[in-house]
Design a protein around this ligand. Structure first.
Ligand SMILES: [Mn+2]
Length: 429
């Protein structure tokens, strides 16, 4: 394995910070011990936690108004893998990459899998793209894809998804994430019931092509690019579709794809209750977007989502195996820095959820002691779990302060010299 950042640089940075970390970790350990929590056990759980990064997230995102490339950003899948390897080498929390087709198309997927493995990476869910037209494409997605009124367009979209399964099979993936941009901008533009019928019929063909151990993750989105209606608009449409398709179809919750102020943690509990919780796309939003960095606006909501996930894991019903991925648009930051920072935030919310005194919470709930139930959550949320995450990173070979080590590596400056300038295509989400 050949990792991109110099091991000496990481070791040197860690040497400067290790005394402070040991001091803070020991102090936090004593504090948690007074509550009957063994810090090493929490640290071990955090060390076992991971979240995938999307290949498209390695590029500067954009809006429909503009995109401002950053010098040295990746322009192809090979450079994206390199950048994802930097994120994982320093943070040790993002060992898998989620590819998007046809953006990441190559001629040899076996070679791509080996290339990733050499960088310490594996592949997560594969993502199909039937929301934009590609050069040379026969049918246009202007009328939609899986729900298009044009039979040949639906067929093309189904075949693309089946092709993605084949690429994913060679890459070692076991999930296909299906998000379609299908929807309408005018009342009356399409029949709301019949468009869902067409979607379900086409999705069933994709479902039928899934290998035995694969899942189809259905991602809903309330609006954008369609602004009046979307075919899979909410978790209700998503779970109904997943139930109709079969047990391998699950729902994927993108934190930004709901109406503002939606109680997402309750949706998590509902989906798990019915065996349909397939995974997450982590990001944050202030209004109705899905673009901002995870936990940058409402870290408490992220904590409450993880609180439900920890509850779900303790009560797995038909199983608990959600797929976690960062899905955000890096418009004004270095994408590597945003994903290092986001992985830390996501991991911190998981760690805080682990610190919740479940027995106290459940007893308070049963006793209708509202304040103590709330305090069980609040006490955990208020803990600064930074030393736990840093210790887990250090022990896994990462950097105590991953962002600082990244800056010291001058990775982006070096790539700005080596890589060709980015066009406007990569990274727009
Ligand atoms: Mn998403």
């Amino acid at each position: 394995m050949t990792l991109p950042v110099s091991e000496e640089l990481i070791a040197g940075a860690n040497a400067r910070e290790i005394n402070a970390l040991e001091d803070e970790y020991a102090a936090l350990g004593r504090k948690l011990e007074r509550s009957g929590i063994a810090i090493d056990a929490v640290k071990d759980r955090v060390a076992g936690f991971s979240v995938a990064v999307p290949t498209w997230g390695a590029g500067r995102g954009g809006t429909r108004f503009a995109k401002f490339p950053v010098p040295g950003e990746p322009t192809n899948i090979h450079e994206k893998l390199e950048d994802c390897a930097v994120i994982n080498q320093l943070s040790r929390m993002t060992p898998r990459v989620s590819p998007h087709f046809p953006w990441d198309t190559v001629s040899d997927y076996k070679a791509l899998r080996e290339e990733a493995a050499e960088l310490g990476l594996g592949f997560d869910a594969v993502n199909s793209n039937t929301f934009q037209d590609q050069p040379g494409q026969v049918q246009s997605y202007a009328t939609g894809s899986l729900a298009s009124t044009v039979a040949a367009t639906r067929r093309q979209a189904v075949e693309h998804n089946i092709e993605c399964i084949e690429f994913g099979r060679q890459l070692g993936s076991t999930d296909l994430t299906v998000w379609v941009g299908d929807g309408t901008n005018f009342p009356g533009q399409q029949d709301l019931a019949r468009s869902l019928d067409r979607y379900l019929e086409a999705a069933a063909e994709i479902y039928a092509a899934l290998p035995g151990d694969w899942r189809m993750l259905i991602e809903h989105k309330m609006f954008e690019p369609a602004f009046y209606s979307t075919v899979i608009s909410d978790w209700g449409s998503s779970i109904l579709a997943a139930q109709e398709l079969g047990p391998k179809a699950k729902c994927l919750v993108d934190l930004g794809h709901h109406a503002p102020n939606t109680n997402i943690e309750q949706i998590v509990a509902r989906l798990h209750r019915f065996g349909k919780l397939g995974g997450f796309h982590f990001n944050d939003s202030k209004y109705g977007d899905d673009d901002l960095d995870s936990g940058s606006i409402n870290p408490h909501q992220l904590f409450l989502v993880f609180n439900e996930l920890v509850e779900a894991e303790l009560n797995p019903r038909d199983g608990f195996n959600p797929s976690y991925m960062i899905d955000q648009s890096h418009n004004v930051t270095d994408p590597i820095e945003s994903m290092i920072s986001s992985a830390e935030t996501i991991g911190a919310c998981f760690a805080k959820a682990l610190l919740v005194d479940r027995e106290a919470l459940h007893l308070a709930q049963e006793a209708n002691d509202t304040m103590m139930a709330f305090q069980a959550l609040r006490r955990a949320y208020n803990v600064d779990v930074g030393p736990i995450l840093a210790k887990a990173r250090l022990e896994a070979g990462g950097a105590i302060d991953a962002l600082r080590a990244y800056r010291e590596s001058k990775w982006r400056e070096r790539k700005a010299q080596e890589r060709k300038p980015a066009g406007l295509g990569a990274g727009i989400v």
